[in-house]
Ligand binder design. Structure first.
Ligand SMILES: CC[C@H](CNC(=O)c1ccc(S(N)(=O)=O)cc1)c1ccc2[nH]ccc2c1
Ligand SMILES: [Zn+2]
Length: 260
């Protein structure tokens, strides 16, 4: 039974499933070792064009809070960068820690940021739905943006003001006219690598585009994330913190940079 215990030791309370998937060769997140990344002069600038009227609602799904978009047409898209064609924005969400010393999923030279934003897009040129794209090697493109402690972020504040309304798991509120490009640094520099979803089913379908420059948010804004709950109304409260996956092995992958 001791084997059973070690087996259970691999289960992460948050995901109730093994932390690694058998045969995974391109899992996320990873540490980005700046000096090991390879400048690729053929990488194009990433072009981002979001339509704020495609913003639908904020949803606490029990892992994070998601801001979801109407992806029934090519109205909020990204193109260029490492991508072969355009990808549609589906949702964005965050990962964060209980304290400012950790919280991001990716690290840079083994440094954690207090939080990380993920803008999730899918390849609507090659696949009929998000659910189909999630299962394909070139199905998804996720832009990662690091959050660091600093000045208050005015664009983020409209989102923070809405969070008390989605405190519990499975609560949703309408949220419209939000342009998430205000959360993306203007500096064009990014790293890119082939990876996976960082929550089950951990499918290896993500082209990761990690912005080099973080955005600044203040302590109150991070604290607002930490007052969310993993638990539904009526359950014993568990604060939504430390919703990030442990680092995964780089294996046979190269991280490319768009900058020298
Ligand atoms: C297949 C998983 C998917 C739900 N998960 C996601 O969309 C998702 C997206 C991004 C990331 S991250 N942190 O890597 O950016 C992690 C998970 C998903 C998609 C369609 C579905 N239909 C029914 C259930 C269901 C679940
Ligand atoms: Zn994520």
């Amino acid at each position: 039974c001791s084997r059973k215990n070690t087996r259970n030791a691999a289960l992460h309370p948050l995901w109730q499933s093994p932390l690694t998937i058998p045969g995974g060769t391109r899992q996320s997140p990873i540490n980005i070792q700046w000096r090991d990344s390879v400048y690729d002069p053929f990488l194009k600038p990433l072009k981002i064009s979001y339509d704020p009227t495609t913003c639908l609602h904020i949803w606490n799904n029990g892992y994070s809070f998601l801001v979801e978009f109407d992806d029934s047409a090519d109205r909020s898209i990204i193109v260029g960068g490492p991508l072969e064609n355009q990808y549609r924005l589906k949702q964005f969400h965050f990962h964060w820690g209980a304290i400012n010393d950790w919280g991001s999923e990716h690290t840079v030279d083994s440094k954690f940021y207090p939080a990380e934003l993920h803008l999730v897009h899918w390849n609507a040129v090659d696949y009929p739905s998000f659910e189909d794209a999630v299962m394909e090697g070139n199905g998804l493109a996720v832009i990662g943006v690091f959050l660091k402690l600093g000045a208050r972020h005015e664009g983020l504040q409209t989102l923070v003001d809405a969070l008390p309304a989605v405190r519990h798991k499975d609560t949703v509120i309408e949220f419209d006219e939000f342009d998430p490009s205000c959360l993306i640094p203007s500096c064009p520099d990014y790293w890119t690598y082939a990876g996976s979803l960082t929550t089950p089913p951990l499918t290896e379908s993500v082209t990761w585009i990690i912005k080099k420059k973080p955005i600044e948010v203040d302590e109150d804004q991070l604290e607002a994330f930490r007052m969310l709950l993993f638990t539904s109304d009526g359950e014993e409260e568990r604060r939504m913190v430390d919703n990030f996956r442990p680092l995964q092995p780089l294996m046979n992958r190269t991280v490319r940079s768009s900058f020298r």
